[in-house]
Ligand binder design. Structure first.
Ligand code: TYM
Length: 334
């Protein structure tokens, strides 16, 4: 059976190692499998749920496309497009916001984290953002959605919306119930400065993350400065339990090397951090520097990036407009 894959990334700048290991690396693998139809979306409507500088946003949309391509997503085999051009997303999001319940949204932990203490000042869009995410997925009948751990709850909401819509309108299987694709290991990469916090674009300290646009010197500096603890590396995985930083760095190493955490723990058992960091730096430079160089190169070819988005728009719009028209008919609009 053909798998229909859909996923999205916000063009908010600073795409980092967490985005790569938690999501984009998987997009590449899925996109290279001829059994899959893959759609990768630059979710610019999601980006404006927090304030953006318009000129920077345009630049970041292109940079996200460049990152997809530089990471290995083939724009001819896969659909790459930006969300705001396909108006069906906004239309479907409205319909689904009348299906989703306040109670469901108020349980979303990411809103609570992002809104912080001053919820009154958060945009309405930030609150209803998972509904737009449901529209993204359900418009394309996606069967599988590759994401990092932090998006799991939003995906469950998409499933609830699909089920409630099908029930409310007596439409057996009109909206397909999507399956999350979350890697068992390494689906949550942590900050280099604090192993208990997620690596994030919005963290003030740039030393907390490896950006996919970082050059070799920055990668070296950031790993050298990465927080550790005074003990040598442990002999088994269980001993990593209260050692968040050690666990994170070993996870990064394992994920880049396509090996298990258990194997990496064996490899470095009893060694000092300084020794391990040298090897980690080498792997990171080998894997990330080529991506960074390619992003730079692609960013100087705006015409090529815009062509990818034009082509992606045609294909995505064709699929989404058919689905949204049917959705509107079912609701009773004409
Ligand atoms: P966004 O832009 O925050 O992140 C893009 C992808 O990167 C993953 N990710 C991480 N994975 C592991 N460790 C981390 N530290 C880390 N940080 C980010 C995210 O889980 C995500 O997969 N709402 C989504 C975008 C979206 C979407 C969609 C995704 C909009 N519509 C439809 C799937 C399907 C978001 O803000 O991702």
């Amino acid at each position: 059976m053909t798998k229909k894959i859909f996923s999205g990334v916000q063009p908010t700048g600073n795409l980092h190692l967490g985005n790569y290991l938690g999501a984009i690396k998987n997009f590449v693998k899925l996109g290279n499998d001829s059994n899959n139809d893959c759609i990768y979306c630059v979710v610019d409507l999601h980006a404006i749920t927090v304030k953006q500088d318009p000129r920077l946003l345009t630049e970041n949309i292109r940079e996200t496309v460049a990152t997809f391509v530089a990471s290995g997503i083939d724009p001819e085999k896969n659909i790459i497009f930006n969300q705001s051009r396909v108006s069906a997303h906004a239309e479907a999001a409205w319909i689904f916001s009348c299906v989703a319940r306040m109670g469901w949204l108020s349980r979303m932990t990411q809103f609570k984290e992002k809104a912080g203490k001053d919820k009154e000042k958060a945009s309405v869009g930030l609150y209803s953002y998972p509904v737009l995410m449901a529209a993204d997925i359900l418009l394309y009948d996606a069967t599988h959605v590759p994401v990092g751990e932090d998006q799991k709850q939003h995906l469950e909401l998409s499933r609830d919306i699909a089920q409630k819509f099908n029930n409310d309108f007596d439409q057996d299987n009109f909206l397909k119930i999507p399956e999350p694709l979350i890697q068992k290991e390494f689906s949550r990469i942590m900050s280099l400065r604090d192993g208990t916090k997620k690596m994030s674009k919005s963290e003030v300290s740039d030393l907390s993350r490896i950006n996919l646009t970082d050059n070799k010197d920055s990668i070296i500096l950031k790993i050298k400065k990465a927080k550790t603890d005074p003990l040598p590396l442990p002999n088994n995985v269980t001993e990593l339990e209260n050692r968040a930083e050690a666990k994170n760095l070993l996870s990064i190493y394992s994920s880049l090397n396509e090996t298990s955490l258990e194997n990496s723990v064996k490899e470095f058992a009893g060694k000092n951090f300084s020794e391990f960091k040298e090897v980690l730096i080498q792997v990171l430079v080998d894997k990330i520097e080529p991506i960074s160089l390619e992003i730079n190169k692609l960013m100087s070819n705006q015409e090529y990036l815009d062509k990818i988005l034009d082509l992606g728009y045609e294909k995505a719009n064709d699929l989404a407009s058919k689905k949204v028209n049917r959705l509107k008919e079912i609701v009773g609009f004409y």
